[in-house]
Ligand binder design. Sequence first.
Ligand SMILES: Nc1ncnc2c1ncn2[C@@H]1O[C@H](COP(=O)(O)OP(=O)(O)O)[C@@H](O)[C@H]1O
Ligand SMILES: [Mg+2]
Length: 479
Amino acid sequence: MSLQDRLGQRTAAVNGAGVLTERIASINEASGAASQPVSAVPVSAIQYGRRSTRRAYDPLAAVRKRVHQALLEQLGPQLYDTVSDDAELERRVRDTLPEVLAKEEANLTAADRATAYRQILDEILGHGPIEPLLRDSEITEIMVNAWDRIYVERFGRIHAVDATFMDETHLRRVIDKIVSRVGRRVDESSPMVDARLPDGSRVNAVVPPISVDGAALTIRKFSAEPFGVEDLIRFGTMSERVAEVLRACVQGRLDVLISGGTGSGKTTLLNVVSSFLPSDERIITIEDSAELRLAQEHVLRLEYRPPNIEGRGEVTIRDLVRNALRMRPDRIVVGEVRDGAALDMLQAMNTGHDGSLTTVHANSPRDSLARLETMVLMAGMDLPVRAIREQVASAVDIVVQLTRLRDGTRRITQITEVTGMEGDVVTMQDLFTFDFRAGQDQYGRHQGALVSTGLRPRFLDQLADHGISLPLETFGRGM
Ligand SMILES: Nc1ncnc2c1ncn2[C@@H]1O[C@H](COP(=O)(O)OP(=O)(O)O)[C@@H](O)[C@H]1O
Ligand SMILES: [Mg+2]
């Protein structure tokens, strides 16, 4: 990647000096805007029909501007000539910045100096105002609704943050920097783009004209340590007992379908459930973007490839499922089934690849099977509905339903066994359901838990075949 890109300056430049002048100009412009009194409405706010109400006065803006400029003057040409990788750029900036900052005459406290240092590094090497949010491990999601409207999710709840970009141009520069790193671009002709940060966090950016009020950016952070079984138990997503049931189901080679809405924790639960897979089995994972992190040794990871700019070269989830079957898998884990891939997935589950795991976007176990049915139809084969339902009924053994509750927690709200067919209808029985009647406490937190319905699962026989038994009281009523 070129230096312009790394500095967030994508304008074609005639020479190094040109780039720097342009960049400094844009920084000056932007910092100027940031230090304006709150009452002054920035041009971009008028343009995008938004009121700028949340912008706080930033006393360090002027210092940042001067130091930034001095730094670029000192390092610029040298950087432009020789630096070819980010690590080298970072080293040079880190070496030079303290020196430049020390020359700054403003009366800075040690704390201000440290803040300015951090902010300048973030601006040059990172992603500006969202860099501290990316570093904050409590934050799971960053949502930039507009350059001056940034929200984060902490512990399942959404909060506004004070940080803002300097203006629309600044936000666009950071978006460009993120997407160009993965060889994509975002502009009027391709206004939506998915990308990934080097740490694995998933990024979606939309810009006008699709996004009516200016660019928007959504980052689903990749936690350094994925959640494990203990974490989900601690969060109340499931109890220890339910974890044991799921472990038994996976080890007993049941086909498990995890169902839930967007952000309900499907991928996270899939990762946890996959950790129950025996380590001597050959596991193939298939995903839209590789998020799963399995600890087993024998894991092969396949990832969807989007079409290139000319619309060619796409490798679909369906292609990957088919290919996986030729790779002698013991287990297939599919990140999320969608479209025609469902047909191949069901066939795999029905032809000796028992114990496959996958997720589907649906709001209830019943709905998840209906979704599978619809997706099989999308494969374009002219199959009678009854035949499809038979496939579904014999492929899926249990459905684990996840829900993101109003109190911000993500919980398993249903575990349902698929028992067979009656006439044209797939029959199911709930084994565990969430007790919503327990109500909420004064903070709105649900007091209920996932409780057993008292029905004895039919899959116990299959588990027994694999030498797995669960204590009888596991499925005792109301447990
Ligand atoms: N059980 C859970 N409790 C709390 N937070 C969770 C839980 N599962 C997932 N999360 C967080 O919720 C976000 C969405 O999780 P993810 O598994 O990617 O959802 P999905 O695959 O359903 O879209 C992530 O930031 C993740 O860290
Ligand atoms: Mg997911």
